[in-house]
Design a binder for this molecule. Structure first.
Ligand code: FAD
Length: 390
């Protein structure tokens, strides 16, 4: 009986699965669903050029401006539809960007970005300084969903992440060593769930919908992947509530006073919701980590690995996947900065500072994870029933 798997406390966290589902359904998801639609949170600043430092031979990342690469008709789309999984022939890598569902709609509202400071995030590799390479993207016009990005290029990124930057240490290893794997695996589960939840079911009729077997195949049939999703969700949720004072007072000004006021009110509700505080006051206990003698060194190593993962996002060979990959990795980097910053409030007396983009990434990431949790909760029982009927 697969449906009965998720009981008890989420591993390494402080709340149980049922509570997470309950507060997500009743409070978090409905609030986040509204928040991300407001102008402050729907525009994300991003360098979409694929500027891959690792594989200069990659057909998709060879050109600096490959995100808008113009490919002769005959170079695709056949190979994209039936991508070969054997080997990295550059023929089937070139111009995957051209798939319409993988392209980013760049319509923006230029007023939405102003103010805020520029500060570094030690967990990420991106230079967030404003410059001509930055594009402002309306996330509502570019939902995270199936894009057709499959095959060796996508596989190479995930392999590089897992094999080189966050190995899956055995269960007995300390929490510090396992945390990065769990965070990335949880994010990967969420990405796969969004692909399956909004899938191109029929290319000829352009019919989109849920692909539940894919969701089962990629995520639900692996209990650890589901558990890691809950872990990542609670980790990010804890970072948001820990930064409540800052986020409550942040400048949500986009030039539209009614929208901005609503954004602020909804954020306040999210940060101080009483049901959430009663049910799950501390979703994750960050104070337990990095305590031992090798703590500081382990943290630095984890930070280096996370920066590498962040740099790998420049190698993602599909524009829309790169957009969401960068956003969510920046969101995780922001959560890590909040929870594990050496210059955190207590230690140096300095207040943590954030870029506007970090706050946008953090809240959108929480929304993505919240939506994935909702899907799992809603879909799994019916899926298990269907599988048992077969
Ligand atoms: P993959 O998802 O590529 O997984 C590769 C391997 O990783 C698996 O074989 C398994 O061994 C392991 N694995 C899988 N899931 C987990 C997990 N949760 N925890 C631990 N290990 C796991 N495609 C889209 O259509 N839309 C997108 O928005 C999108 N965004 C992407 C963003 C990034 C950063 C990357 C790298 C890829 C993205 N892709 C996207 C591609 C997508 O993630 C898959 O790579 C692609 O659909 C092929 O899937 P797959 O079945 O080969 O397995």
């Amino acid at each position: 009986q697969e449906g009965a798997k998720y009981h008890g406390i989420v591993e390494d966290c402080c709340c149980d699965y049922e509570t997470v589902d309950r507060i997500n359904e009743a409070v978090l998801h409905p609030l986040l669903q509204q928040i991300v639609k407001y102008p402050f949170f729907r525009y994300f600043k991003v360098k979409l050029w694929c500027d891959c430092p690792f594989w200069p031979d990659d057909g998709m990342c060879r050109l600096r401006d490959c995100s808008v690469c113009e490919c002769p008709e005959n170079e695709f789309p056949e190979t994209f539809r039936k991508p070969s999984l054997d080997g990295l022939s550059s023929d089937n890598l070139v111009c995957q960007e051209e798939k319409p569902e993988a392209a980013v709609d760049r319509t923006i509202d230029s007023k939405a970005f102003k103010g805020w400071i520029e500060v570094d995030n030690p967990w990420t590799s991106d230079d967030e300084t404003d410059n001509a390479e930055m594009t402002y993207v309306n996330l509502q016009l570019n939902p995270e969903r199936y894009t057709g990005y499959i095959g060796p290029s996508a596989r190479r990124i995930w392999d590089a992440i897992y094999l080189e930057n966050c190995p899956n240490y055995p269960a007995g290893e300390c929490q510090e060593k396992r945390i990065l794997y769990k965070l990335i695996s949880g994010l990967h589960s969420s990405i796969s769930i969004h692909i399956a939840a909004d899938y191109l079911l029929d290319e000829t009729t352009n019919k989109w919908g849920q692909n539940l077997s894919l969701m089962h195949e990629r995520v639900l049939r692996y209990p650890d992947r589901v558990k890691n999703l809950y872990f990542t969700f609670l980790f990010v949720l804890r970072s948001v509530t820990k930064a409540a004072d800052y986020l409550e007072q942040a400048d949500y000004d986009t030039g539209n006073s009614l929208d901005d006021l609503n954004t602020q009110l909804l954020m306040k509700k999210l940060l101080y919701d009483q049901k959430l505080q009663a049910a799950c006051p501390k979703p994750f206990d960050e104070a337990k980590l990095w305590k031992g003698q090798s703590g500081p060194e382990l943290m630095q190593q984890t930070q280096r690995q996370f920066r590498n993962i962040s740099a790998l996002m420049d190698c993602v060979g599909c524009e829309k996947c790169r957009l969401w990959g960068k956003l969510q990795v920046l969101g995780l980097g922001t959560a890590l900065k909040i929870l594990f910053s050496v210059n955190g409030n207590e230690l140096s007396g300095q207040r943590l500072q954030f870029q506007r983009n970090e706050v946008i990434a953090l809240i959108n990431l929480l929304h993505r994870l919240s939506e994935s949790i909702k899907f799992v909760h809603e879909v799994e029982p019916s899926l298990v029933e269907r599988i048992n009927e077969k």
